[in-house]
Design a protein around this ligand. Structure first.
Ligand SMILES: O=P(O)(O)OC[C@H]1O[C@](O)(COP(=O)(O)O)[C@@H](O)[C@@H]1O
Length: 333
């Protein structure tokens, strides 16, 4: 089989589609290179002194792992100087990171969750990096947080790297979803899955069941109906999978269908769900929709949500279209 590298794929995409200018292509390549560096650190584990706590807290009040901090720095350093970006924002940083004056300012803004699934780092379970690219507003001279307040439908690219038994990069620029596998010997990303499509027929769901007693009635109803199995209203048995790394759970769903849920619950109305709109929900929703699936917050399409703040949290339901539509319709009854 002819090997197609990420670079070749992007150059060919650029020829085919007017929505991929050279600067966006180069920016994606830099992000992919940073993910390669993170993958290398992840692979070292205890040998690279990357495990354990950094003894600091992020803006969400969560204790940062060493690898959260390392991955954030790798992404910032790799993307600062290329001239493609005006600013960056990270789940791990309180405020935005404008490109320093010593570098040229570009026309894009990059958002990322540098290391998703942090609770899995120290136990050698799949983790990942999620990113989203927005266009900087016309005429912007000094980027502010307000410039990032664009709905997910405005994303020009999104992707994730999953650091598992293989390291993979899943990418969309709005022309479908493609997956690249890192050839560790050659150090290059090779196209291994073209035009990924989420299977519609599914018997799998992913949710943290330990929160069941806190759920709102539509989520309880939806999950109860699946748990009822063959003799229940769904007429079939379902299986449950929960890796507790969104990247890995979404990657499974992209490949074999299913639904991923992180709902809001009755504990704290000021915290609707756990996942962040700008770093997790939007990029994953873009990918999932491009692969023929759906993504809502239980009421509306995630990509239509008008963000209010950088670190906003939202409930997330995404995956096989008919399942997401079903649980969304239960919220409307
Ligand atoms: O601890 P829980 O409830 O299983 O949550 C797991 C979820 O939290 C996340 O790890 C996000 O949190 P982090 O950004 O702190 O890693 C998701 O990847 C995952 O789906």
């Amino acid at each position: 089989m002819k090997r197609v590298s990420l670079t070749q794929y992007l150059v060919e995409e650029q020829r085919l589609h007017s929505n991929i200018p050279a600067s966006l292509r180069l920016l994606i390549e830099v992000v992919a290179r940073a993910c390669k560096t993170i993958s290398h650190s992840v692979g070292k584990g205890a040998l690279g002194d990357i495990l354990g706590s950094a003894n600091t807290e992020n803006i969400q009040g969560e204790v940062q792992k060493k690898l959260d901090v390392i991955s954030n720095e790798i992404l910032l350093e790799a993307n600062e100087w290329g001239g493609h970006l005006a600013a960056m924002a990270s789940e791990e940083m309180e405020s935005i990171h404008p490109i320093p004056n010593r570098y040229p300012m570009g026309e894009y803004m990059l958002l990322f969750d540098p290391l998703d699934g942090s609770s899995n780092i120290d136990v050698n379970v799949s983790i990942g990096t999620i990113f989203s690219v927005l266009k900087a507003p016309e005429g912007m001279t000094q980027p502010t947080e307000a410039d990032f307040m664009q709905a997910g439908s405005q994303q020009v690219a999104a992707g994730y790297a999953v650091y598992g038994p293989q390291t993979m990069l899943v990418l969309t620029t709005g022309n479908g979803v493609n997956c690249f596998t890192l050839d560790r010997e050659m150090g290059s990303w090779v196209l291994t899955q073209k035009d990924m499509q989420i299977p519609e027929e599914t018997k799998e769901f992913a949710i943290n069941m330990s929160n069941q007693r806190h759920w709102h009635p539509p989520v309880t109803r939806y999950v109860d109906e699946m748990l009822a199995g063959k003799t229940g209203p769904r007429g079939k048995d379902f299986n449950m999978r929960w890796i507790a790394s969104m990247v890995a759970d979404v990657h499974r769903i992209l490949n074999r269908g299913g639904i991923f849920m992180y709902p809001a619950d009755q504990r704290d109305p000021s915290q609707p769900g756990k996942l962040r709109l700008m770093y997790e929900a939007n990029p994953m929703a873009f990918i999932v929709e491009q692969a023929g699936g759906a993504a809502t917050d239980g009421r509306q399409r995630i990509l239509d949500i008008a963000p209010q703040k950088l670190h906003q949290r939202v409930p997330v339901f995404l995956g096989s279209k008919s399942e997401v539509e079903r649980v969304t319709s239960y919220h409307q009854e």
